[in-house]
Ligand binder design. Structure first.
Ligand code: ZN
Length: 320
């Protein structure tokens, strides 16, 4: 048990399947057996809010209603699998679960829309066990603006509520996630957050030009703030024009992030079950193949840092 993976969309698959897909066993990237085989220590499970489907299905305050629906699915899966995996709310929980031989699950929200500009909602989500919010997905919301091809949008900073929310999340002990956020928002998080943050599922923009990837200047700031980047396994994030994710591509991004942000910034952010299924190492059970490839470029100590030390350091500093 050694791998901390900072992002997957497995809950979304389950929530949208009307009970047909279970965490115990399914045909996606992540299930209990695959996690055990791959060496999982802790998995961040995102409740991704599919904004494009919201309003017509759920009406007013739709993303909040959807969150609660997906949350029930998450709780029931945790209950059904408690002999293998337990929810964790901080670093100590992960260690306790590990001592019991169990994997840990950390609940996150991808897309801040359910917050609806209300601090008390952030508290409510914290009380429900959410320990990370990906501030935006691909739309403007109460926190700020998403990554965009439009330079004006890309450069806008966080909204006033977004900046205030950073302080509140720091105080509560909730991780701030800049994946999907625009550049202006990223720089505001780096400036205003008093705790390290994460780019839970992003790659390096100088290697692949996906607009969600981080420029070298951003990577440098990630390093300077003691934050981490979880490398995303999506082929489009790894290589321009690619529709098959290769092990080599992942290694290349990790080497680049090491070079620009420092060894302390490199981590896993698979995006399993949120990306096309075509990966050279197939699914979570194939993680040892990635480790084997890393061993040709990184020392055993550095591989430990990638696998869990870096992510755990940020969890310890920013989550309570
Ligand atoms: Zn995402």
């Amino acid at each position: 048990m050694k791998i901390v993976d900072m992002h997957c969309d497995t809950i979304m698959r389950m929530a949208l399947s009307d009970g047909k897909i279970s965490l115990r066993e399914n045909d996606g990237h992540i299930d209990i057996a695959k996690m055990q085989k791959g060496g999982a220590l802790a998995q961040f499970f995102a409740i991704f809010i599919p904004m494009m489907k919201m309003k017509e299905i759920y009406g007013e305050d739709s993303s909040y209603k959807y969150f609660n629906k997906a949350y029930e699915v998450y709780l029931s899966e945790m209950e059904k699998n408690k002999e293998f995996i337990l929810p964790a709310f901080n670093y100590e929980d992960i260690m306790k679960n590990k001592e019991m031989g169990k994997m840990s699950s950390i609940l996150t929200i991808e897309e801040g829309d359910p917050v609806q500009g209300k601090m008390e909602r952030i508290k409510e989500f914290y009380d429900k066990g959410v320990r990370l919010i990906t501030l935006t997905w691909n739309f403007e919301n109460c926190f700020g603006y998403p990554n965009s091809d439009d330079d004006t949008i890309m450069k806008k900073g966080l909204k006033e509520f977004g900046i205030e929310a950073l302080a509140y999340m720091n105080e509560l002990g909730m991780l701030i996630d800049v994946s999907h956020l625009n550049e202006g928002g990223f720089y505001d998080v780096a400036k205003y957050s008093k705790k390290p943050f994460v780019a839970s599922h992003s790659c390096a923009r100088n290697i692949a030009s996906h607009k969600r990837n981080l420029w070298d200047e951003q990577l440098k700031l990630v390093g300077e703030t003691g934050s981490v980047v979880g490398v995303n396994f999506s082929s489009s994030f790894l290589r321009d024009g690619s529709n098959f994710s290769t092990i080599d591509d992942v290694v290349k991004h990790m080497l680049h992030i090491k070079d620009k942000a420092g060894m302390e910034a490199v981590a896993w952010g698979s995006d399993f079950d949120g990306i096309a299924p075509t990966l050279e190492w197939v699914d979570y059970a194939g993680m040892p193949k990635l480790e084997e490839a890393l061993s040709k470029h990184f020392t055993p100590r550095e591989i430990d840092m990638i696998n869990h030390e870096n992510a755990l350091r940020v969890i310890k500093a920013s989550m309570k």
